[in-house]
Design a protein around this ligand. Sequence first.
Ligand code: GDP
Ligand code: MG
Length: 311
Amino acid sequence: MATISIEWAGIQQFPPTTQQTLHELLGQLKEKNVRTLTILVMGKGGVGKSSTVNSILGERVATVSAFQSEARNPVIFSRTRLGFTLNIIDTPGIVEGGYVNEQALEIIKRFLLGKTIDILLYVDRLDAYRVDNLDRLVIKAITDTFGKAIWQRGLVVLTHAQMSPPDGLNCDDFVAKRSEALLKYVRMGAGIRKQDFLEHSIPVVLVENSGRCKTNDSGEKVLPNGTVWISKLMQIITEVVLNGGKSIIVDQKLIDGPNPNSRGKFYIPLIVAFQYFFVVKRIQREIKYDIAKESSPLWELRDMGLADGKF
Ligand code: GDP
Ligand code: MG
């Protein structure tokens, strides 16, 4: 990967205990000959992708915006530390006006060409109460682009973890319900069979990017339940990398490749023809009928053979 790496200075921003954990994890990876880790961050707009990138790096490098004016292009941040290279790819949200923006997806694909993805972080907010068809479409778009196998290297990251759950639910119950709902959609969107999914469940990790995130006695950012989340996130990433699945090599074949999306393209001419004959024609006929009805008295229509709807 021809990316210029700079020294990971941000790691020194972390409290010593976090730094120690991160160094241990990098050590575990290096022991297994993993010397590069490329993390792809994807999800809808405004869910906290760029903020999460900054939190992991300990640097404010990715542009964060409270209003939906994200950069249109993906950005890769490369940092080296003790002979290890960490790449994080921040991407723009791929949803616009209720649909998956194919063009945005195309730009991401082209950007990734020639790169290897070791980990996918699928980011969403914890404090959302619904999972809907749009989530399924986004997940399906990711699956169609990179293949189902990407989910073996996938984590679901839920931001805004410091939220207060709705009345009547404690935090753990809320997190469990939200995770369950989202994972069900991941399973559906990724077209994974239930039993396969159970064998290989996708980890859900909570994140709190806010500057007002609580800290413990060592100054580490913690979730309401006391979990040091940056360490936890990096630990789970390390486990996923070391425990199986394959990194995704983004080559031309993968990009044009036979995916469920292009397989369906065969039917497009048929669908268009069907729509023409059964929808367009019918509408045309109805318009003609309306025009005829409006401008002609009934007797005239009867003479034309139209009034009894025989045409
Ligand atoms: P992106 O569009 O997915 O890259 O989202 P951004 O990282 O730009 O974040 C969108 C907004 O949400 C910004 O105002 C962030 O400050 C805010 N934000 C992101 N993550 C968190 C989080 O974990 N907690 C809180 N409270 N705000 C967050
Ligand atoms: Mg962003």
